[in-house]
Ligand binder design. Structure first.
Ligand SMILES: CC(=O)N[C@H]1[C@@H](OP(=O)(O)OP(=O)(O)OC[C@H]2O[C@@H](n3ccc(=O)[nH]c3=O)[C@H](O)[C@@H]2O)O[C@H](CO)[C@@H](O)[C@@H]1O
Ligand SMILES: C=C(OP(=O)(O)O)C(=O)O
Length: 416
């Protein structure tokens, strides 16, 4: 199992190019199931999760051709309407094949994803929405069996805002009979990116970017070309890294208009930001100030950036409070950071952090994707050596993180 060995204390200097967003690429790749035409994608990141979804899609009969960051999908010969447990268990986003398969082929059998380290993460809202569109759904032996000759448009109000739930229902609605209204829809930029691709494929969607999506179903969708948006979580992870270590980095190929909440907090930490059209220069020459925040849906502070900001707070010149409102168990990094000398206590969904002057390297364990990223940041800020175990979590969602960080001066290497 790969590990990362990090010698802390180096300041970061140089340029980092941001990859395409995992959370946009995954639903967008699933949209290839909706048409027999060619869906030509670019800026697709090199991630384990992308390899997993491509394997899953390939098993349905979807043709996949890949050349670096370009992926072309062709769904003219899909003949297996299934997502098996073996693949779904390694990546929850596999549930995103359910809506497209059901809408285009009238049936699907998809393994229930189950929970993961950050929470129980049910998919009841995906099911409730599809049932409202007329699907007959049964759950048997860990699988969701869904069928409906033709989905019918419906007004769907989800109990909470769900990102992949919105994406699944949005894709299903594009091929339903009549009008679907998705109230309480997620407004995350990754949902918008998917919606933009669907429109390019011939879907009729109004309200893109808002919490009310109105979809007029069409008889069929056609092929399209699309570039996946840049990964805002990856970008902010590197900005947090420089906030913790000090230095001067520029991140390129980024979308500056979709990370306001994070940029505000980074400024509050003392990071000096110069913002260009597709780049951000970030300079840090002081100890960070602590920042208090609570995670919420977009455009609020993203849960996927919580752990990385907490890493910076551990070395800040004061105390802070972090409240996680999206997932019930997203503080798995706290114990590991405390092993590095951080002073964090938790009470329910709130963490209280007292900044310390210096973290000290130690062996730690990655528990989920963003927890892993936060440990990389903490280790780079620490004195001495940190060995991070179980970094397969990191590989799910970061495109060559250690290569990008080495190139800007971090002392970090992968041990096989
Ligand atoms: C592949 C992808 O895009 N993953 C992102 C997506 O995950 P994902 O789409 O799984 O997260 P959701 O937005 O669905 O989850 C939000 C909350 O709603 C709950 N819920 C959700 C659906 C449902 O049917 N029932 C239910 O109870 C979840 O347990 C959670 O507490 O959004 C999360 C919240 O921004 C991000 O952290 C993930 O990185
Ligand atoms: C929680 C995340 O991803 P997923 O929903 O794929 O588990 C994440 O990207 O931080």
């Amino acid at each position: 199992m790969d590990k990362l060995l990090i010698q802390g204390g180096n300041r970061l200097h140089g340029d980092i190019t941001i990859s395409g967003a995992k959370n946009a690429a995954l639903p967008i790749l699933c949209a290839g199931l909706l048409t027999s035409g060619d869906v030509e994608l670019s800026n697709v990141p090199h991630l384990h999760d992308v390899a997993t979804i491509l394997k899953l899609l390939g098993q349905t009969g979807l043709k996949v051709s890949q050349d670096n960051d370009k992926v072309t999908l062709n769904g003219s010969a899909i003949d297996k309407l299934e997502a098996p447990y073996e693949l779904v268990k390694t990546m929850r986003a596999s549930i995103l094949v359910l809506g497209p398969l059901l809408a285009r082929f009238g049936q699907a059998k998809v393994s229930l994803p189950g929970g993961c380290a950050i929470g129980s993460r049910p998919v009841d809202q995906h099911i409730k929405g599809l049932q409202a569109m007329g699907a007959e759904i049964t759950i048997e032996a860990g699988y969701i069996y869904a069928k409906c000759a033709k989905l019918k448009g419906a007004r769907i109000v989800t109990d909470m805002i769900t990102v992949t739930g919105t994406e699944n229902l949005l894709m299903a609605a594009t091929l339903a009979d009549g009008e679907t209204v998705l109230e309480n829809a997620a407004c995350e930029p990754e949902v918008t990116d998917l919606a933009n691709l669907l429109v390019a494929m011939g879907a009729k969607i109004e309200g893109i970017g808002s919490n009310r999506l109105v979809i007029q179903g069409v008889a069929e969708l056609h092929g399209a070309k699309h570039a996946v948006i840049s990964d805002r979580i990856e970008a902010v992870t590197f900005l947090c890294a420089v906030a913790a270590t000090g230095g001067d980095i520029s991140i390129r190929n980024t979308r500056v208009d979709i990370m306001d909440a994070a940029l505000d907090k980074l400024r509050e930490m003392g990071l000096q930001l110069t913002i260009g059209d597709t780049w951000i220069r970030a300079r840090m020459d002081q100890r960070p100030h602590p920042v208090t925040f609570r995670t919420t849906e977009y455009p609020g502070f993203p849960t996927d950036m919580q752990a990385q900001f907490m890493a910076v707070n551990t070395v800040a010149d004061g105390a802070s409070r972090v409240t996680e409102t999206i997932f019930e168990n997203r503080f798995m990094h706290v114990q590991e950071m405390n092993r590095l000398g951080a002073a964090i206590e938790t009470d329910g969904n709130t963490a209280f952090i007292k900044g310390v002057e210096q973290l000290v390297g130690a062996p730690v364990m990655a528990t989920d994707l963003r927890a892993s990223a936060s440990l990389v940041i903490a280790a780079m800020a620490a004195r001495g050596e940190t060995l991070i175990d179980r970094i397969y979590h990191l590989d799910r969602g970061y495109d060559q993180m250690e290569v990008k960080l080495s190139a800007v001066g971090a002392n970090i290497r992968r041990i096989k």
